[in-house]
Design a protein around this ligand. Structure first.
Ligand code: ZN
Length: 591
């Protein structure tokens, strides 16, 4: 990936209107020099989310998130840094210049762009075939029978792959793509005799696009009964990884952000039918279970995911792994149980279906409770052997919940249904190993930054150091003196990193946040916003500094005591006595 030049980056930052960017996700209203609103990252009733339009920063005093517009887009749209910059550059009309890079990387990027163009062109071709070709009549009929209208089909770019062996191969070559390139993106494959042919033939084609609407692969539904697999997807390619893809995300992302939840279904036509029926916050997972990668992709966008999947059939291990990833990201996974033998598309097409589907969504239950319920429903509580089997099945599920109120609730429910003592059930749960290890991080899951600390969780020292550091920004002249006096002994590890950052960037701490240290960037954004909002005075700075100094001395006194260094301890204690007097004086001055 070519590096975006520092100059372009500056121009993007200059052009961005952070209030506008954030307003797409939460209503902001002006309050003095800042904008406030309900936090789009956590559930709250009173606004603790603050946006500084001049500094172009945001910070939530409730959950602690914060950063600049790029960071906001990264988090909310699930993009990486370069993608977020590209999106903002696009939106604010800034042309990005890239620094010279390794020619091989440059060539790869060019090639990737070229293959992206190939996939987009083929998607357009398939769509034209669906609407215009004689051969696709049966496909059009099938889609109409499923209740899917032209508007939705066109929005999702649904198409048709003709039955000939080489339509795409020939057309692709005619416009300059090689057979190898077409194989590389999964459009062509090699037969046993060595010849190449189109991978998709006589199929309804669903382009699978990324968040930005770029086609990365296809799903194809067979139109003839002799075609073997009913559904064929693009094989894994350099940039198509099925387990990470969410079908329909490009069209759903705005509705997902607005609704604060995502509805997850299995099939392509389910996504289309729901979207058409007004449930627009819907994506498809192209499998019976949601993967950890898909959960990770949704996190940051939503607090809640409702699975309208065949959860009965989905692998329990896979679901519980997904559940754990969700829990680690403060996201709820719930299940809307579909009636047996009916999928969401069928339901939406039936009379009264949309209302029934909405009622199912509202009645969705936590995934774990749902799975425990499945086991209990299958169990004949009258038979001791059955009760034993059920207990063996639910114990590892419940063990995965850790100590929690919902675990205790479920334990009570299991005990009641199986007619056992709750203590006995709990004993089995605590003895059980949670399914699938627990501690292992999911493959492909990004290393999550430690969650920002909520204001209420801060120690008094952390609150003090944050107040002092913010004042160092508000009053930079005094600030540089205090920054010079502050040492590691005064500060928490994160506070020490922030102090070092402020020493290096005394006038413009937020103009170029440290990307590689998410915790630090969040804190710097917070400090700058606090610096603008809270009163600062040299007296208050002095008092905060002295209180931190007192903490430092106390730690030293304790350490000297542990070394049995009584002389040092006595000297430090005298210092502390003098300090306590200065603090009392400073408190009177500060009032
Ligand atoms: Zn928040």
């Amino acid at each position: 990936m070519a590096l975006i030049s520092g100059d372009s980056l500056e121009r993007v930052k200059g052009a961005v209107d952070i209030v506008e960017v954030i307003s797409a996700h939460t209503d902001l209203r002006r309050q003095g020099s800042r904008w406030v609103g309900l936090c789009p990252f956590h559930e709250e009733r009173t606004p603790s989310f603050s946006v500084d339009a001049q500094e172009k920063l945001y910070h939530c005093f409730g959950c602690g998130v914060g950063g600049d517009a790029i960071k906001f887009v990264e988090e909310k749209e699930g993009l990486d840094f370069a993608e977020a910059v590209e999106l903002l550059a696009d939106r604010y009309g800034v042309e990005l210049v890239r620094d010279k890079e390794d020619p091989r990387a440059e060539a790869r990027r060019q090639q990737r762009r070229r293959l992206g163009e190939l996939l987009d062109r083929v998607a357009v071709f398939y769509a034209a075939c669906l609407w215009d070709s004689e051969e696709a009549a049966k496909a059009r009929e099938y889609l109409a029978e499923r209740g899917l209208g032209e508007e939705a089909l066109r929005a999702f770019g649904v198409g048709y792959a003709p039955s000939a062996w080489d339509t795409v191969l020939l057309r692709g070559q005619r416009v300059g793509f090689s057979v190898e390139e077409m194989r590389g993106v999964g459009l062509a494959q090699r037969g046993k005799s060595g010849g190449e042919y189109d991978r998709f033939r006589s199929r309804i084609m669903f382009p699978i696009r990324d968040r930005r609407g770029r086609t990365l692969g296809f799903g194809g539904r067979a139109m003839r009964s002799d075609q073997g697999a009913k559904y064929v997807n693009t094989a894994e390619t350099e940039f198509f990884h099925k387990s990470e893809m969410l079908y329909g995300i490009d069209l759903a992302k705005a509705a997902i952000a607005k609704a604060g939840r995502a509805v997850v279904v299995e099939g392509y036509t389910d996504v289309l039918a729901l979207h058409q029926g007004g449930v627009e916050e819907v994506v498809g997972v192209m499998g019976t279970a949601i993967t950890e990668e898909q959960v990770a992709a949704l996190s940051g966008m939503v607090d809640e995911v409702v699975l309208a999947l065949d959860a009965d059939a989905a692998g329990q291990e896979a679901m519980l792994r997904a559940q754990r990833v969700a829990a680690g990201r403060r996201m709820r996974l719930r299940v809307a149980a579909m009636p047996a033998g009916e999928d969401p598309a069928e339901m939406m097409a039936a009379e009264g279906g949309p209302e029934r589907f909405r009622a199912l969504l509202e009645g969705a239950v936590e995934l774990t409770a749902f799975q425990v319920g499945l086991v209990l429903d299958r169990t004949d509580a009258g038979s001791p052997a059955e009760r034993d089997r059920a207990l063996a099945e639910v114990a590892p599920i419940l063990a995965g919940l850790g100590e929690s109120a919902s675990r205790d609730d479920l334990v009570r429910r299991v005990a009641e249904r199986l007619d056992l003592e709750p203590a006995m059930v709990m004993g089995r749960v605590t003895a059980a190993r949670p399914l699938s290890g627990g501690a292992d991080r999911a493959p492909g899951e990004r290393q999550a930054a430690p969650a920002p600390r909520r204001a209420a969780e801060l120690t008094s020292r952390e609150r003090r150091e944050r107040a002092l550091l913010a004042m160092c920004i508000a009053l930079p002249d005094e600030g540089s003196e205090y920054l010079a006096r502050l040492t590691g002994g005064h500060l928490s590890p994160l506070g020490a990193r922030a102090a070092a950052w402020l020493r290096q960037h005394p006038r413009d701490p937020a103009s170029d946040l440290p990307r590689e240290d998410a915790e630090l960037s969040g804190l710097i954004a917070e400090l700058v916003i606090v610096a603008h909002e809270e009163p600062a005075s040299p007296e208050a700075m002095e008092l905060n500094f002295l209180l931190l100094e007192q903490r430092r001395l106390e730690a030293e006194i304790a350490a000297a005591g542990e070394r049995d260094d009584y002389e040092r301890r006595a000297a430090l204690s005298r210092e502390r006595a003098a300090l306590v007097e200065r603090i009392a004086h400073a408190e009177r001055v500060e009032g």
